[in-house]
Design a protein around this ligand. Structure first.
Ligand code: ATP
Ligand code: MG
Length: 214
């Protein structure tokens, strides 16, 4: 079973949109898929599924609300699905690490602005330091005019590539903070600027991770 996780340290960055897109595309390709909504307060994906059923839309995309990653994995095994997509909550906490460990690939949607990108890159570094083998950041387009159109095309390409199961490495692969596609990246200079600098004076960027608030 392929497990994909959509997470972020920020709210409103398109985690649920990406998770729904992935699940819908898997279902359209005839795969047995389950989308697990881990954000029971907002229940964005659950509501989306309800609206789809009411509107009679195809393909069917089964969505379940889960209070934990363990619960989602259990539901997916019981349903014997090919693919489980995890739609995580709008902040980083201990559950983020559980999503990261369960997933073959962890997708972090991000806006293009440095203010958005910097915490996303920090989160990716924090996760890879915690031993997560594969973290990918997808740029969510936000700029107007031609740049927006270009970014959206890249975003779509990134999603297509990310869904190609054969490209996803096994758990034994080396720890890398890979980015979704080279084409989706801003210039290398911008990424270098976003890299957290090591040093004892720098506060841990992601305090809640080790507090056990799953
Ligand atoms: N590629 C995109 N470009 C621009 N806007 C987008 C894109 N994808 C989604 N959005 C918009 O961003 C908003 C937030 O989307 P979504 O609910 O998927 O985010 P989220 O990260 O799941 O939010 P939350 O943290 O509250 O769960 C929605 O209004 C959605 O339509
Ligand atoms: Mg959401």
């Amino acid at each position: 079973m392929l497990v994909l996780g959509c997470t972020s340290q920020k709210g409103g960055v398109a985690k649920s949109s990406l998770a729904r897109l992935l699940a819908r595309e898997f279902a359209a390709k005839g795969r047995r898929v389950l989308l697990a909504d881990l954000d029971l307060l907002q229940a964005t994906s659950l509501e989306w599924a309800r609206r789809r059923v009411e509107a009679g839309l195809r393909p069917d995309v089964p969505v379940v609300g889960c209070e934990s990653v363990k619960h989602a994995l259990k539901q997916a095994r019981q349903a014997d699905v090919d693919c489980l997509v995890l739609d995580a909550r709008g902040f980083a906490d201990a559950q983020t690490l559980k999503v990261a460990w369960a997933a073959e690939a962890l997708l972090i949607p991000s806006g293009l602005a440095v203010d958005d990108l910097l915490p996303a890159v920090r989160l990716a570094h924090e996760l890879t330091r915690a031993g997560v083998p594969r973290v990918q950041i997808g740029m969510r387009s936000a700029a107007p005019a031609t740049r927006r159109a270009r970014s959206r095309r890249r975003h779509a390409t990134s999603v297509r590539r990310a869904t190609t199961a054969s490209r996803l490495p096994g758990r034994s692969g080396p720890a890398t903070a890979g980015l979704m596609t080279k084409a989706a990246l801003p210039p290398r200079r911008a990424i270098r600027r976003c890299r957290p600098r090591p040093g004892p004076s720098r506060p841990a960027p992601w305090h809640s991770l080790r507090r056990g608030q799953a």
